[in-house]
Design a protein around this ligand. Structure first.
Ligand code: GLA
Length: 389
């Protein structure tokens, strides 16, 4: 994205140039779906679509943020009796809530926040499963960090942003999206242990393009279905007598469920997905280290089947677009990505044939579903950073 427009708007609005531009990306998860809230493993990468904030610190505690993409704005004071004040919270709707939530959590964690003037813009499609909300949260955290002068600790910021989403916005998400937006590095995926938050950067295989396939379907009721899956996973963890399903291996799963089959049928299927998906993430990281793209593609396909049959979070459009991708001879593997029920899939494709692939999949999907997909090759980018000071 060219930030000239953003700078120009800042100038028009505030009559001066911005002192900083910060940026935080959306993410696509390569593998490890719904494992994060089971203390398991995930492998997301930050994409080259993001939220940008051009800003200048103020000497007082006023925060004024305008968005180029909506009429919604934040005009608040961080001091007592304001929307950010810990004791007099007012909640509204839209992106501003993520910013308020982050400010609230940062203050709650003891950070002394300074005010700023800002213009914000972004190009992460909303509701597509590419974490546009995490991008807003982490860009806001980056903005507060740079004006208030505290160190950027990716894991701490991710945790606070997740808390903002859980407690302020009311979505019970795991930690994956915020960690990806906070800590990713260009050219790599982030192999993350969601229990310890320890991570390793996994280099993307050579000659392979990561392609996002947006079905253009968006599902309502995602939150309630998401929370229902969480509850079923917790029920299964209790049945196994463990803290989280992360603590059950594939072998243990098989022996225990053979010995005794009184685990509720849905909880059984949800648990089988989580247990096998965690194993697939570990295998995927190994395959990436070996540059074994064939194996990685097979793991993608197996993950999709498990999300479709056991976790039951795909919709028809996702199944169709994944099938269209898998049928292409230049595709190594494809799967739905993110929470599911609509949104995007991700495919691994031979780099030199990426363009051919996007055209062919769009046409096949149009024919099969009657819908228009957005298909694009994406680049693994850096997590939240300051791009201009
Ligand atoms: C959403 C949540 C994440 C994660 C994924 C599914 O993106 O925000 O925490 O649970 O769904 O893997």
């Amino acid at each position: 994205m060219d930030t000239k427009n953003l700078e120009q708007s800042f100038l028009t609005h505030f009559n001066t140039k911005p002192e900083f531009i910060v940026r935080a990306p959306g993410r696509v998860n390569l593998i490890g779906e719904h494992t994060d809230y089971n203390d398991g493993f995930v492998l997301p990468m930050a994409i080259d679509r993001a939220v940008w904030i051009a800003l200048s610190p103020r000497t007082d505690s006023q925060v004024r943020i305008h968005s180029l993409d909506s009429s919604n704005a934040v005009e608040s004071d961080l001091g007592p009796d304001s929307a950010f004040d810990l004791h007099s919270l007012t909640k509204g709707k839209g992106w501003a809530e993520y910013i308020k939530g982050v400010a609230y959590q940062l203050q709650n964690a003891g950070h002394d926040l300074r005010g700023f003037d800002a213009i914000m813009t972004g190009d992460v499609p909303r509701g597509a499963g590419l974490s546009s909300s995490a991008a807003v949260e982490l860009a806001a955290a980056r903005a507060f960090a740079v004006v208030s002068g505290f160190e950027w600790d990716a894991a701490q910021m991710a945790r606070l942003a997740q808390k903002a989403e859980n407690e302020w916005v009311g979505v019970n998400c795991g930690i994956m999206d915020q960690m990806a937006s906070a800590a990713c590095k260009a050219g790599h995926a982030l192999f993350l242990d969601c229990r310890s938050l320890e991570y390793e950067l996994a280099p993307l295989p050579h000659g392979t393009a990561v392609v996002i396939l947006d079905t253009s379907t968006r599902r309502g009721l995602v939150d309630s279905a998401y929370n229902e899956r969480r509850n079923q996973c917790e029920e299964a963890a209790r049945w196994f007598g463990v803290k989280a399903l992360r603590d059950v291996s594939v072998a243990e799963f098989e022996t225990r469920t053979k010995e005794n089959n009184d685990l509720n049928a849905n909880a059984f299927k949800r648990a089988r997905h989580i247990v096998t998906e965690n194993a697939r993430v570990l295998e995927a990281v190994e395959a990436m280290k070996q540059n074994d793209i064939k194996k990685l593609g097979e793991l993608f396909n197996a993950s999709h089947n498990s999300l479709r049959d056991d976790f039951e979070v795909t919709n028809e459009a996702l199944n169709q677009i994944v099938a269209c991708a898998q049928e292409q001879s230049n595709c190594h593997g494809a799967r739905m990505t993110g929470a599911g029920f609509g949104g995007c899939a991700v495919a691994l494709v031979q780099e030199e044939h990426a363009e051919e692939f996007t055209t062919a999949v769009s046409a096949a999907y149009r024919q099969r579903s009657g819908l228009e997909a957005s298909v694009y090759v994406c680049k693994a980018s850096d997590g939240a950073d300051i791009i201009q000071r």
